[in-house]
Design a binder for this molecule. Structure first.
Ligand code: C2E
Ligand code: CA
Ligand code: CA
Length: 275
């Protein structure tokens, strides 16, 4: 398969200041919510078969004037622990759906945008009504929306999550399991959830060309997903060999720095937009 590789130069992340201690982090998140230090970036996803752009994953960024760039790997788990994820998640939904409306207006009619949802949001807020009221207000086709929940989160609260997922699917919104392979979800749980797709965790993709176990796991996950009628995205693809192997194994969709880094909606529109 030939796929155009990204010509973007490696993005230099501003240094993260080590003094962002936990109590600080709560204040930083509060401050960021009040003063709009959060923004969204979008990483492209491509069909393995056609090499065409299929959509984007929405990823949140925090740029504190005082502490510089703070990784979501750091502030998302913190915000989940202290409940700030509710307000942050609310902002993320609004921003992403407004941006999705813009992508559609720029002629990217067939794309989907994947939104990461936290288990806390599902357990403690009415994510279904929240998203559906935005979808109605903005007149967004539900087929353009995918929700991602990590495998670990799925296992923690299966009953509530199954109910919410079902409601979304009835409306045509897809639900996906993120970081698949890291959380020990049973196969029967997957069947019960009627998941639309799985994202193979980057840690397996990393070793696919060099580690027998990772190769075996990836091929087993892909074969299983195919049998269960689920789609598969491989994330974190950084080189051509990984891409080729995943393509040969029958993986549907590719995501990773090799193909495109997460960038702002404006950058994506100037690269992929039609009008
Ligand atoms: P994730 O959902 O698994 O997102 C994929 C992460 O892998 C992103 O990191 C992305 O930038 C990174 N990535 C993609 N391709 C490559 C690659 O080829 N190489 C490498 N080294 N990394 C790659 P990011 O944006 O730092 O996000 C980290 C995690 O923070 C996400 O992992 C997700 O769990 C969480 N997160 C990010 N944005 C949101 C959000 O809007 N809501 C929620 N609830 N969580 C989010
Ligand atoms: Ca994700
Ligand atoms: Ca992931």
């Amino acid at each position: 398969m030939t796929m155009q590789t990204s010509h973007e130069v490696a993005i230099k992340k501003p240094p993260t200041t080590p003094s962002t201690s936990l109590e600080n982090l709560t204040n930083i998140i509060d401050d960021a919510l009040k003063n709009q230090h959060f923004s969204m970036v979008y990483q492209p996803l491509f069909s393995m078969q056609s090499s065409k752009l299929t959509g984007f994953e929405a990823l949140v960024r925090c740029q504190s004037p005082q502490f510089g760039f703070i990784s979501p790997d750091k502030f998302i788990p913190h915000a989940e622990r202290n409940g700030q994820i509710i307000e942050l998640g609310d902002w993320i939904f609004k921003q992403v759906l407004l941006d999705l409306k813009r992508y559609l207006q720029y002629g990217l009619k067939d794309i989907t945008v994947s939104i990461n949802v936290s288990a806390v949001q599902i357990a403690e807020t009415n994510v279904f009504e929240q998203i559906m009221s935005l979808v109605d207000k903005l007149e967004i086709p539900t087929r353009c929306i995918k929700l991602e929940l990590t495998e670990t989160a799925l296992i923690k609260n299966p009953q509530i999550i199954a109910k919410v997922f079902n409601a979304f699917q009835q409306e045509g919104i897809q639900v996906w399991v993120d970081d698949f392979g890291t959380g020990f979800a049973s196969l029967s749980l997957l069947r019960e959830f009627k998941i639309n797709g799985l994202k193979i965790d980057k840690s397996f993709v990393d070793g696919i060309a060099t580690c027998n176990e990772d190769f075996t796991l990836c091929s087993a996950i892909i074969a299983m997903a195919q049998r269960l009628g689920m789609h598969i995205v491989a994330e974190g693809i950084e080189n051509e060999i990984q891409l080729q192997i995943l393509n040969q194994l029958g993986c549907d969709t590719a995501q990773g720095y090799l193909l495109g880094r997460p960038v702002s909606i404006d950058e994506n529109l100037s690269r992929w937009g039609h009008s």
